[in-house]
Design a protein around this ligand. Structure first.
Ligand code: F6P
Length: 569
């Protein structure tokens, strides 16, 4: 059994942080003016990630107190407990070992947890999925009519979808034009219908990805996909409409990823074509398990292993770097400072990389399903606010949508800006000199200029005198003043390689963990999604016409269902 959480509010550092907060006046202009070493001192490196914390609303004293708080809530002990497989997922009595998925092969001593040789199992499953990915890629895995696979459709939801989609979009330049992956997640039948509409069933492979293999959306979509496959193959005259032929089609066109291999067999998928993982991998922490099978197919097993190596680099940093230079610890503790002392409710993540356009959505599950809790891991109520809302869009799209509120609104919105020094597509604008818009700027440089300018504007703002000096009429001076002191963290890496992507994901996994430890919550369960799931099954008969079931609903739900029944075309 895991140790009791420390109530952070009872620690001396919390009291000291509160006293510090009461006299705190964020003044980034003054801090930078008085201290030329601030940026260098507050910049840290984790793997290939260069992380500048200096534009945060924090002094050296703030960071020192936050590091002390991390010690007082026994973060070092919790980190070790996670990496060594203690059952820190208390409400499910499970180890939390996503970090074991990316341990280097042959690491000594081997990791044995609850009698399981974790390293051996991880490597053997990785080898199995790599061999399968190679077969699909070299055309030796064929559909029922002998044709190679051209499209993979991953059917999953939550962690069985968001991670793979995010990585697929991010690493597309590593893909092959003749091998596409599509993702179906929503139980809205539109999703399956649109994603399969133009596909050739003979060259389509479905991966049913579900940790539990009991998720309504995924199993429903898998059945829809199976019906589509049979219907289209029969209509094309390439298989007979008989059970054996249909079974052979499922065998050639469906594989599964799950921890529940018995349920996979019940669906009709050959267990030989199923890739497993373990209950100590949370869904939202599973992209680096067999849940990433679609990625190993799309990009090849070597790229998938590079992704894992990136995760590992940040794992090692998190486990070994002193807290004063430990990026996930510092970023997590700054988030605690913003949520619990400065009153932030949300946190923006703004990648200046179109390839990372699904990264904020991925992070929403990672952070909010992990830390959106009101009780601690021992069942007692939390003693502080928890789980801020994470959100974001890629720059520069966000600049023309919601940045106004970040710059001049009344709310404090800490933001992480992420950029890559080298673009995936080094395009020029056709003018020959790349100077069409700004002197000396090629298109990627112009893009990055926005990244640098935004964090600068947010930090330092623009005073009324500066606005006046531009000749602005007095009556609109207030509207054009920027207060500054809007906190940002800048994360830059050389390029969006598989390794760098793995590093970014591991960084946020560990930031999430750090915050959860301070708040005393189990960041690895998700009981909050259960009630809605259960009620959907209870309400379904009422929707389908069962009047007794309808009468059992509250008046609002009854009226809404009646509306549906009357208006359905
Ligand atoms: O939303 C709840 C949840 O359990 C997530 O944690 C998980 O990623 C998702 O559902 C899908 O679950 P499964 O992979 O078991 O289908």
């Amino acid at each position: 059994m895991t140790s009791s959480p420390v109530d952070p509010t009872t620690t001396t550092s919390w009291g000291d942080l509160y006293a510090h907060y009461q006299e705190f006046r964020g003044d980034l202009r003054a801090w930078f003016a008085a201290d030329p070493g601030r940026a260098e001192r507050m910049t840290h490196v984790a793997g290939d990630l260069h992380v500048d914390l200096s534009k945060n609303l924090a002094t050296d004293e703030t960071l020192g107190l936050l590091v002390r708080l991390a010690q007082e809530v026994r973060l070092p002990e919790r980190i070790e407990a996670m990496f060594t497989g203690e059952h820190i997922n208390a409400t499910e009595d499970r180890a939390v070992l996503h970090t074991a998925l990316r341990r280097a092969p042959g690491t000594q001593p081997p990791l044995v947890v609850d009698g399981q040789d974790v390293d051996a199992d991880v490597q053997s499953e990785l080898d199995k999925l790599s061999a399968f990915a190679d077969q699909v890629r070299d055309g030796s895995w064929t559909g029922v009519t002998g044709k190679p696979v051209r499209t993979v459709v991953n059917i999953g939801i939550g962690g069985s979808d968001l991670g793979p989609v995010m990585v697929y979009e991010a690493l597309k330049p590593y893909g092959r034009p003749d091998l596409e992956v599509r993702f179906v997640s929503n139980i809205d039948p539109t999703d399956v219908a649109q994603k399969t509409a133009d596909l050739d069933p003979e060259t389509t492979l479905f991966i049913v990805a579900s940790k539990t293999f009991g998720t309504l959306e995924t199993l429903t979509n898998a059945r829809l996909a199976r019906a589509w496959l049979w219907e289209r193959l029969i209509a094309a005259g390439v298989i007979e409409d008989d059970p054996d032929a249909k079974q052979a089609a499922v065998k050639a066109h469906f594989v599964a990823v799950s921890t529940a291999l018995d349920k996979v067999a019940d669906f009709g998928i050959d267990p030989a074509n199923a890739f497993g993982f373990w209950d100590w991998v949370g869904g939202r922490y599973s992209v680096d398990s067999a849940i990433g099978t679609s990625l190993a197919i799309a990009f090849g097993p070597a790229v998938f292993r590079d992704l894992l190596a990136g995760f590992r680099a940040v794992d090692e940093h998190f486990r070994s770097a002193p807290f004063e230079a430990n990026v996930p610890v510092l970023m997590g503790m700054l988030n605690v400072w913003y949520v619990n002392f400065l009153g932030a409710h949300t946190h923006a993540v703004l990648p200046y990389a179109q390839q990372l356009h699904r990264f904020p959505a991925y992070l929403q599950q990672l952070t909010m399903e992990s830390n959106g809790k009101s009780v601690r891991w021992d069942g007692s109520p939390v003693t502080t606010q928890t789980g801020e809302v994470f959100w974001g869009e890629p720059g520069t799209n966000g600049q023309h949508a919601f940045y106004q509120l970040i710059h001049q609104g009344t709310r404090l919105i800490p933001a992480d800006f992420i950029a890559l020094a080298t673009p995936a597509y080094p395009l020029t604008d056709g003018t020959g000199d790349g100077k069409a818009v700004a002197a000396g700027a090629d298109v990627h440089e112009l893009f990055l200029a926005n990244f640098f300018a935004q964090t600068k504007a947010l930090a330092f703002g623009k005073t009324a005198d500066e606005v006046r000096a531009e000749g602005t009429p007095e009556e609109i001076v207030p509207a054009r003043v920027f207060s500054g002191n809007r906190p940002t963290t800048s994360i830059i890496a050389p390029a969006l390689t598989p390794s760098v992507l793995g590093q970014l994901v591991a960084l946020y996994e560990h930031i999430t963990f750090v915050q959860g430890v301070v708040w005393g919550i189990d960041s690895f369960d998700q009981w909050g999604v259960e009630l809605g799931k259960k009620l959907a099954l209870e309400v379904a008969p009422a929707v389908s016409g069962d009047d007794a079931a309808l009468a059992a609903q509250d008046s609002s739900t009854q009226a809404l269902i009646r509306y549906y029944r009357e208006h359905r075309a």
